[in-house]
Design a protein around this ligand. Structure first.
Ligand code: PLP
Length: 407
């Protein structure tokens, strides 16, 4: 377990935590939307601007070479972080959204024909629904929905019946950004693979909260974003199995992704560059390496245990408030608690909480089907990071009780 000093050392790496908003200490509980940035991350971006900036891969000078080496080092760090087999399976994008769009387009071109089916879970973020709908419309394919029950559990017992000889892929979140459920991804993948169906895992809400091993999971595709793991915004990762990526056509054309261009016949670069058209977010990607290093700290296990006690503690404290309903009651949860209080609009709550220094999220949480499932138009969500504390939860609960009185 972390002691007070460990927590202070952790928080010292996020100096923004010491700021005040409206003359009150900031309590940042919107980590599922974006986590705060580690000092080493923004210092790495600053160092790049100050010391060795240049465009990567094409350079013939010292600074470009150094930037290229650092960029490729980050690819290797990410590969180690999620235990991928090879660097060529790590593709840098601008976020989870772009990673999913890339797969929906390119996998769709290679493997989906009219009459085929894609299974998407009911608890997905819009980013893991709409790209599949766009692809399905283009290819004449159909979307089938894997539902969850009122406790927030995916009804995987229905999966086998949902899979048909026409199913090509299942798109599913590792952790739901609304319900917090940690889905049984390894089981879903083995069920899918028995039927020759591929699986894309949306790991955006998992990556900061628990260790991920893509080979142990046997995931075909795994996506996540830098800005939800204490890293930079504007950088995302797509992991894909090499044998699949090799069969998939490019998503965007441009520089870097080609081998040779002529008007008669253009050929494409090898993996991973085939999927990295144009100048990427060079400084952000290099800085992401610092977030990965941080998350691979030997202390990570203790940090994650700390975070989990916050989730349990906040759940217990919230449950004591009358008329409060928590959405998502699974024993295996990570990072988020979404709830509503009888007779109070979550937006009003969020505005008042903000005035007291507490940053939360309210609204549809990029998951309209989850709102529809529970027959609500909005929820209030709090979400945790390693640097949150028990006393922040106590203050939050006290403030929540107070603002509720005001409404
Ligand atoms: C945030 C989030 C996304 C989208 O990530 P971006 O970084 O905005 O592209 C996708 N899925 C889940 C579960 C998320 O939480």
């Amino acid at each position: 377990m972390l002691n007070e000093q460990d927590i202070q050392l952790l928080r010292a790496q996020f100096p923004i935590l010491n700021r005040q908003v409206y003359d009150r200490p900031l309590i940042y509980l919107d980590n599922a939307a974006s986590s705060l940035k580690l000092t080493a991350v923004w210092q790495a971006e600053e160092q790049l601007a100050r010391d060795y900036y240049g465009n990567i891969h094409r350079g013939a000078h010292f600074m470009a070479d150094k930037a290229t080496a650092e960029f490729e080092n980050t690819r290797t760090s990410v590969r180690n972080f999620i235990n991928a087999q090879s660097d060529s399976e790590i593709i840098f994008t601008k976020g989870s959204t772009e990673s999913i769009n890339l797969v929906a387009y390119s996998f769709g071109e290679a493997f989906v024909s009219a009459g085929d089916e894609i299974v998407v879970s009911e608890m997905e973020h819009h980013a893991n629904i709409v790209p599949w709908q766009l692809m399905a419309t283009r290819k004449g394919a159909a979307i089938r929905v894997l539902p969850f029950d009122d406790s927030g559990r995916l009804m995987t017992e229905q999966l086998d019946a949902l899979l048909t000889p026409r199913t090509r892929l299942i798109a599913v979140a590792h952790v739901s950004n609304t319900l917090g459920t940690v889905n049984p991804i390894a089981d879903i993948i083995s069920m899918a693979h028995r039927r020759n169906v591929r699986v894309l895992v949306d790991g955006a809400q998992m990556i900061a909260h628990k260790p991920v091993d893509v080979q142990a999971l046997d995931a075909d595709f795994y996506v996540f974003s830098g800005h939800k793991m204490y890293g930079p915004n504007g950088v995302g990762i797509l992991y894909g199995k090499k044998e699949l990526l090799e069969q998939m056509p490019p998503y965007q054309g441009g520089g870097e992704m080609i081998e040779q261009v002529s008007f008669a016949n253009t050929t494409f670069n090898r993996l991973p560059y085939k999927f990295e058209a144009g100048t990427p977010n060079i400084s952000g990607t290099i800085a992401l390496g610092e977030a990965v290093k941080f998350l691979m700290s030997p202390q990570r296990q203790a940090w994650l245990a700390h975070e989990n006690t916050l989730l349990t503690y906040a759940t217990k404290k919230l449950s004591e408030i009358s008329g409060l309903r928590i959405y998502g009651q699974q024993p295996e949860k990570a990072g988020v608690i979404s709830f509503n209080i009888d007779g109070v609009h979550p937006y009003d709550l969020a505005v008042l909480l903000d005035k007291m220094g507490v940053a939360t999220r309210s609204g549809r949480l990029c998951a309209d089907p989850v709102m529809t499932h529970f027959g609500v138009t909005a929820m209030l969500r709090i979400s945790f990071a390693l640097y949150n504390t028990r006393s922040e939860i106590d203050s939050f609960i006290e403030i929540l009780r107070k603002v509720r009185e005001m409404l």
